[in-house]
Design a protein. Sequence first.
Length: 261
Amino acid sequence: MEFRPCIDIHNGKVKQIVGGSLRDEGSRAEENFVSEQDAGFYARFYRDDGIRGGHVVLLNKEGTEYYEETRRQALLALREYPGGLQVGGGIRRENACAYLDAGASHVIVTSSVFQDGKLRRDNLEALEKEVGREHLVLDLSCRRRGADYYIVTDRWQKFTDVAIDGAVLTELAEHCAEFLVHAVDVEGKANGIEEDLAGLLGAWEGIPVTYAGGVGSFADLRKLKELGRGRLNVTIGSALDLFGGPVNYREVVKFVAESRE
């Protein structure tokens, strides 16, 4: 288990939001926290602590009112911590290398690979060829429908027909370095993890997987470690004291470090 920090940017501000509330129309979202600091502040903070692999996520759609300011904030974070952060949100083959050149260690991709509700293997292979498998993270953020978890796209608003299981993970892992999985239904609620999803991901043995969503206490962290069999990395957002929550950042870093011993 590793701790992977986050810098979520919406309407040009570092925020923590309720994941399922995000809407392109009107650039709306239910907010848990809006920082007075810019994205560069958080990038420097993680850099100075030597914590790598965090993700910078642009939560505005390209072409909407706040997109350019959100993008400016993302690029600021990458400049402050070159090689230490991943970036996602609107990444496609045409712009992926520009983010790597700006300092991202990896690009995080969903919507350009899962289009019209389906996996586009041609787009995935084109992206892999463009940036290299070692620089590509697939965002498999998902929502529950019936008994299964289906990958969702377009800032978590659209369901695909791809349900996460071991076979899907094994197939996709051939084309990327890591997976990032937000449990969207509990994202931003800090009220417990998606236990079934954590168990599913933890049962699979392959490339690194980062789980995000619902962690609100050290009891949740312990449960994630158990269900994930120690294999899952973790992101904590709204519950972290860096973002106004009750969970102490330093204690989280210590807990995760001790979990690897």
